[in-house]
Write a protein that binds this ligand. Structure first.
Ligand SMILES: [Zn+2]
Length: 120
């Protein structure tokens, strides 16, 4: 696990969420509980998406090239050791309806030529 992948400042992001909610509340003094909840959920989903992106990105499998050959994942079809085939971006939709982009190794099987993003 590469420590440097975690360097986004989540504490600051959490404080910013609180600051933005306070500002929103001051601008909406008559908001109903439902409206407050929706505003809060929207901002929390955004933060959740950012955190998910960072945490998912901090994976050894994010870069197959950096792994010793003996530790690289194997092909789920034939069991051959996978070879790296560059980095590609993969955009996914999360449960909170946020789009996150991960830069992952794309790996290819030297035997059956299947190519895919290793899980993890
Ligand atoms: Zn294979």
């Amino acid at each position: 696990m590469r420590q440097e992948d975690f360097d986004r400042d989540w504490e600051a992001a959490g404080k910013e969420l609180l600051t933005r909610m306070k500002a929103w509340r001051l601008a909406h003094p008559k908001a109903t509980l439902d409206e407050i909840e929706r505003a809060l959920d929207k901002r929390m989903r955004e933060l959740r998406g950012e955190m998910l992106e960072d945490i998912a990105q901090a994976s050894d499998l994010a870069d197959v090239r950096a792994q010793p050959e003996a530790e690289r994942p194997v092909c789920p079809k034939c069991g051959a050791r996978l070879g790296p085939r560059g980095q590609e971006q993969r955009t996914l939709e999360t449960d909170g309806d946020q789009r996150i982009t991960l830069t992952r190794s794309y790996a290819v099987c030297p035997e059956c030529k299947a190519g895919f993003f290793p899980p993890g």
